[in-house]
Design a protein around this ligand. Structure first.
Ligand code: ATP
Ligand code: MG
Length: 407
């Protein structure tokens, strides 16, 4: 089938009265970015839907696939724009039906917004349905539960006809909801947390704490790969890699063993907080989940959270692990996340961390040393990468070999 347009339906945008124009403009630019560098199309965004005009040779499959990842899109259909005549509609409907399998069922679904069109909805349905039955004898009608629905939209400018609806990612266009800093480990949870906030229109930058030589280049590569998967939805994502070894060692030196994990998390939070201000973001996002591990009890969250007044968003807070795993699989990060690479926290995890850390105690331990210069040093040492979905890291093989030797 040679389609000439992709019809893009907006999701919740319809609800956003006054902001609608801004949302549509943002979605239009996100769509254009997601289609780059493909050729052969023109984007026309109206108030209520978007048409992507296709030139000959446009790769519809690739385009639809990319668009299905763009937040703010409810669904996509490859469509044909045809003459506003009954004959043209019949002819095209028959063309669709010819492609169906033997014994398949169909129905005709009509939307008629041009009230001047000489046939009403029911007449179109009946006439087109009849024509299909005659023109493609191997199919039959089933209005309740058809294998195929041929949709006919009679609009002011033309008739649009299609029989395929590809689900979109839903949510809101990224760029309409402010910016956050995502704490991205190599685990299962944090990439999912990032996706959850992006779905609501929020832009993310990511921060990763790296502790060489305790964590290897491979662990870093894994985080880059996760960022790459996320960026397929939203375009380039900045990934800030923090040199965390010095801070972590210092924590282990001055803080009581049972409290090192709480304190390490607090240091992460302090670094993240400084970066939030630097990049002009409004919140920190992490993959914490209530009760999952020692660092994620309410008391622990209280002690960790206390070092910042920046809102900390925890989109996975109340989900069950199976639900998170399901989401991770759906977004394609799961297989990367389960690769067995060390992360900086597991390496330093004490045998017996406190699950209900006393907030006063951790502060008392930390008072024994002025961490502020080290926190600042970590921030100053940040390496920032811009990750796109086609990102190729130019791995330094020497460093890689060195890191490998250490394990
Ligand atoms: P995840 O699967 O996201 O690693 P988790 O269940 O393993 O989560 P923790 O390891 O306790 O949980 O980490 C809790 C959260 O802290 C993570 O979801 C992530 O947001 C953040 N975090 C942990 N380690 C790092 C790191 N090395 N760099 C950046 N953020 C981290
Ligand atoms: Mg983890």
């Amino acid at each position: 089938m040679i389609y000439d347009h992709l019809l893009v339906r907006y999701g919740e945008l319809t609800l956003k009265g006054a902001n609608r124009k801004m949302f549509v403009n943002q979605l239009r630019s996100n769509v254009k970015r997601s289609l780059m560098p493909l050729q052969g199309y023109k984007v026309k965004a109206n108030r209520d839907r978007m048409y992507i005009e296709l030139e000959e040779g446009a790769d519809i499959k690739e385009m639809s696939q990319r668009l299905s990842k763009v937040f703010g899109i409810y669904s996509i259909s490859p469509v044909l724009k045809i003459d506003k005549t009954m004959d043209a509609i019949k002819e095209q409907a028959i063309e669709f039906a010819k492609g169906y399998n033997d014994g398949d069922t169909f129905k005709i679904d009509v939307k008629r917004s041009d009230k001047q069109f000489p046939y009403d909805t029911y007449e179109i349905q009946r006439e087109v349905g009849g024509a299909v039955l005659q023109g493609a004898e191997h199919v039959s009608v089933n209005v309740r539960n058809p294998d195929h629905t041929i949709k006919v939209e009679v609009r002011l400018d033309a008739v649009y006809i299609y029989d395929e609806v590809i689900p979109g990612a839903g949510g809101l266009p990224v760029g309409t909801g402010g910016k956050t800093l995502l704490m991205l480990s190599g685990g299962i949870d944090s990439p999912v947390a990032g996706m959850e906030v992006m779905r609501r229109g929020v832009t993310i930058e990511a921060i990763h704490f790296h502790s060489p030589p305790f964590t290897s280049e491979k662990a870093k590569e894994k985080v880059i790969e996760l960022t790459r998967i996320l960026s397929a939805h939203v375009g380039p994502i900045k990934l800030h890699i923090v040199p965390f070894t010095t801070l972590q060692k210092q924590v282990n030196k001055v803080v009581h063993e049972r409290y090192t994990m709480t304190s390490t998390r607090r240091m992460m939070m302090r670094v993240a907080d400084k970066l939030v201000h630097q990049i002009d973001a409004n919140a920190i996002v992490n993959g914490e989940n209530l009760g999952q591990v020692a660092s994620q009890t309410l008391k622990s969250m209280y002690a960790i959270n206390h070092v910042t007044s920046t809102p900390v968003l925890r989109p996975l807070l109340t989900l069950d692990k199976e639900e998170i795993v399901k989401k991770a699989k759906a977004i394609g990060t799961y297989d990367v996340s389960i690769q067995p690479f060390e992360d900086c926290c597991t390496i330093f995890t004490p045998k017996n961390p406190v699950t209900e850390p006393d907030f006063d105690k951790v502060e008392k331990y930390e008072d024994g040393f002025d961490f502020e210069p080290l926190v600042q040093e970590a921030v100053d040492g940040i390496e920032t990468l811009t990750i796109t979905k086609d990102y190729q890291s130019d791995k330094d093989t020497e460093t890689q070999a060195l890191a490998d030797d250490l394990f």
